[in-house]
Write a protein that binds this ligand. Structure first.
Ligand code: ZN
Length: 297
């Protein structure tokens, strides 16, 4: 999930509290991004929009899993904006044993290729993520993508990536599958040759393969300890005004007027931009401005 992808994911972070529900499912498939406007699009490299690609793959993956006897459901089935905590809450409410977030990658020089999986750095959450992710990656590799491996990243609150952190804090092993680089000609050529159905099939074979192994079986029958991990015990209970080091007036002092107005515009769709921005680490806001100044956003 390169920077812009991450920032756009951050843009989707909004104050939690919306009621979420879902049908019972063993695997919750989360099509990354979604919602109106560029805020929800994820990476955009015509003719591709990440939010559409992720939904396309997720639809096919969900259908294939259900057909193969692994019950699956989706966090969104339309072009809907969901915060990262909401995605994890939907998985929790469905009783899911595994949360699989579907993404596509991009990089500024457009020279990066390959498939990667991000997961939690904690205990059995890592074990599940690495084993399931490894099976998915070996399937994606067979399509021609470079295997970039299993990754974890630490942040101030535990796992760096929000959907991993929130999923893990609810006791649900979570992976982010970055299928390929949608801005790179090599990866695009593979994507166009094999089609999104092949990517969904790769995910499905990887997931069902994982569940048929000892770790997957233990996860299914409840003998694998996946109790909540992460230091951020309140990760899902986001409330306004407790984030990036103080109230929004002190937050504002870190930016020029023009930068502040631009930042506000990024979260305007939430109806309470300042409250949402106060949840985002200051370093991330600064980095967002940097990317904006470079013309990347
Ligand atoms: Zn993404």
């Amino acid at each position: 999930m390169r920077r812009i992808g991450r920032f756009l994911a951050i843009l989707m972070l909004c104050v939690a509290g919306m009621a979420v529900s879902a049908a019972a499912a063993t695997v919750m498939i989360d099509p990354g991004h979604g919602g109106a406007g560029t805020q929800g699009a994820g990476a955009i490299y015509p003719p591709y929009m990440e939010k559409s690609l992720t939904l396309d793959v997720a639809n096919q993956l969900c259908a294939e899993l259900n057909a193969s006897g692994v019950s699956a459901a989706m966090t969104r089935t339309g072009d809907t904006a969901l915060s990262l905590p909401e995605r994890a809450s939907i998985a929790k409410n469905s009783g899911a044993k595994l949360l699989v977030s579907i993404h596509f990658n991009a990089s500024s020089p457009h020279d990066k290729t390959g498939s990667a999986v991000w997961t939690s750095m904690f205990g059995n959450h890592y074990k599940v993520g690495a084993e399931c992710g490894g099976q998915i990656l070996s399937q994606l590799t067979s399509l021609g993508f470079v295997n970039k491996g299993i990754w974890t990243k630490a942040g101030a609150q535990g796992d760096y990536y929000g959907v991993v952190r929130y999923g893990t804090s609810l006791g649900i092993p979570t992976i982010i599958v970055e299928h390929c680089y949608m801005d790179n000609p090599i990866d695009r050529a593979i994507l166009e040759r094999v089609g999104t159905g092949a990517l969904a099939h790769a995910d499905a074979v990887g997931i069902t393969g994982f569940f048929s192994g000892p770790t997957g079986q233990a996860l299914l029958n409840g003998t694998l300890d996946t109790s909540a991990a992460n230091t951020a015990s309140t990760a899902v209970a986001i409330s306004a005004g407790s984030g990036a080091g103080g109230g929004s007036s002190s937050l504002k002092s870190n930016f020029t007027d023009a930068e502040w107005q631009w930042l506000l515009s990024q979260w305007a769709y939430t109806g309470n931009a300042e409250a949402v921005m106060s949840q985002v680490p200051l370093a991330d806001l600064k980095a967002l401005i940097e990317e904006h100044n470079r013309g990347n956003i």
